[in-house]
Design a protein around this ligand. Structure first.
Ligand code: HEM
Length: 418
């Protein structure tokens, strides 16, 4: 549980501070977009680093690409389990745990993941592409010309909300409810003006979400539904009997996983292109670079800042001994800026030869299920923009989300010219 704000405020101070006092967990670092120097120092001087005192208790930070990958590929030693604390640095509050398959280890994890995996397979992508293109075209064509608008609301949120409603076969006209639940699910309780103030309040909203989905589940069990995530879960032997807590956790996972991440890549991509006009020109001249640019956008944005694991026994990583029960935070945002893998890692380069190696989708048994679906939505968005010859300028500072888990933009003023 988060206890208060004071502690981490103290430890994010200057780069001359003793190494032992550094804590990259302060959400203000991401809110104010000033996380780079701290990770540069950690990667160089302490790639597996112990922070003894933070808002989230003691924890280990893993900050280099190779060591993050090693930890990802050792799920028996470094667990996702909800009862050990789950997948975020912020331990799951006791009694309010919501076990979804992302916070389980094999063997429990495996069949549940398989139940929803068809959403990201090739035939599903083929089935969705035309729909995504049609909607993307309509959203872009409705944007105002030569006047400011918020890219996040008008484009990123609208498109990903429609897609999420499609994946869940949820009524399109009620798609903003999905956005609200997603925002509540990820809200940082210590943010200025948080959407919910306590874990109890958060859980109450998620209960309402479960109530809203219950009739859909009922109607689609027994093979009555179509091709959507609720039908998949309601008819799979490993998920059809799930407890209410698991039901809530699974909805939470799908709503956040399928939405926030892609939304923030759409916003981050627009910002990256605005800040790097030469790269934009490259892709304008050669649209076959769009798929590589999409990977670079996802690397550059890294919408999931970290995932957390807990040691199930004493284990060695990068020359450090992690004791049983200690938590490790895998900082994807840092691994994706590791110069030993990505040359000029802070630069946005649309034809970066190894952009696809990024860690933003994780790795190993929990690697993102929706990776190709996310790439498809981003590819179509940039294809449709470039096909229309549209030009966008970011005309003010984007507002960033207060979180150490989701790297997001909450607003970004833009002007479009033709
Ligand atoms: C750019 C967009 C996206 C990013 C950056 C992203 C990132 C991630 C990350 C970091 C993980 C955890 C990986 C690990 O622990 O190793 C994950 C898991 C997951 N993602 Fe995504 N995701 C994206 C889009 C999507 C979409 C569109 C869906 C829609 C279905 C989705 C569904 C999931 C699910 C269900 C899991 C849990 C997988 C498991 O535990 O086996 N994600 N994602």
């Amino acid at each position: 549980m988060e206890k208060g704000r004071r502690n981490d405020r103290k430890v994010v101070a200057g780069m001359t501070d003793p190494l032992t006092t550094l804590s990259p967990a302060d959400p203000a670092l991401y809110h104010e977009d000033r996380w780079r120097p701290m990770f540069e120092r950690l990667r160089a001087q302490a790639p597996v680093h112990y922070c003894a005192d933070s808002l989230y208790g003691p924890y280990w930070s893993v900050s280099t690409y190779d060591l993050i990958m090693q930890a990802e590929l050792r799920p028996r030693e470094f667990s996702n389990r909800a009862d050990l604390g789950g997948i975020q640095i912020n331990d799951i509050a006791k009694g309010l745990d919501r076990p979804a398959f992302v916070s389980m280890d094999p063997p429990e994890h495996t069949p549940r993941r398989r139940a929803v995996a068809p959403i990201g397979n090739r035939s599903s992508l083929r089935q969705y592409e035309d729909l995504i293109r049609e909607r993307t075209g309509a959203v872009i064509d409705a944007l105002p010309k030569d006047e400011p608008f918020d890219w996040v609301q008008r484009v990123s949120i609208d498109l990903t909300a429609m897609m999420l409603a499609t994946m869940l076969d949820w009524p399109q006209e009620r798609r903003m409810e999905l956005m609200y639940w997603s925002d509540v699910a990820t809200a940082n309780l210590n943010a200025p003006n948080p959407l919910v103030k306590t874990e109890g309040e958060r859980y109450a909203v998620l209960e309402q979400m479960a109530d809203a989905f219950a009739p859909l589940w009922q109607a689609r069990s027994g093979g009555q539904g179509g091709f959507d995530l609720i039908t998949m879960l309601a008819n799979n032997p490993s998920t059809q009997e799930m407890s209410r807590a698991e039901f809530i956790g699974t909805l939470f996972l799908l709503i956040v996983g399928g939405n926030d991440t892609t939304r923030n890549s759409m916003s981050g991509g627009m910002l990256a292109l605005h800040q790097n006009p030469t790269e934009l020109e490259k892709v304008r001249q050669d649209r076959s670079l769009i798929p590589s640019m999409v990977s670079e956008v996802i690397r550059w944005q890294t919408p999931v800042i970290h995932m957390r694991r807990t040691a199930t026994a004493d284990a060695e990583l990068g020359g450090q001994t992690i004791r049983m029960g200690e938590k490790l935070v895998l900082w994807y945002i840092s691994g994706n800026r590791d110069e030993s893998v990505f040359e000029h890692a802070d630069a946005f380069i649309v034809d970066r030869p190894n952009a696809r190696r990024h860690l933003a989708f994780g790795a190993g048994v929990h690697r993102c299920v929706g990776d190709q679906l996310a790439e498809l939505q981003l590819r179509v968005l940039f294809e449709e923009i470039l096909a229309r010859g549209l030009r966008f300028d970011v005309i003010g500072e984007p507002a960033r989300v207060y979180s150490n888990f989701i790297r997001g933009l909450s607003a970004m003023p833009v002007r479009m010219t033709v």
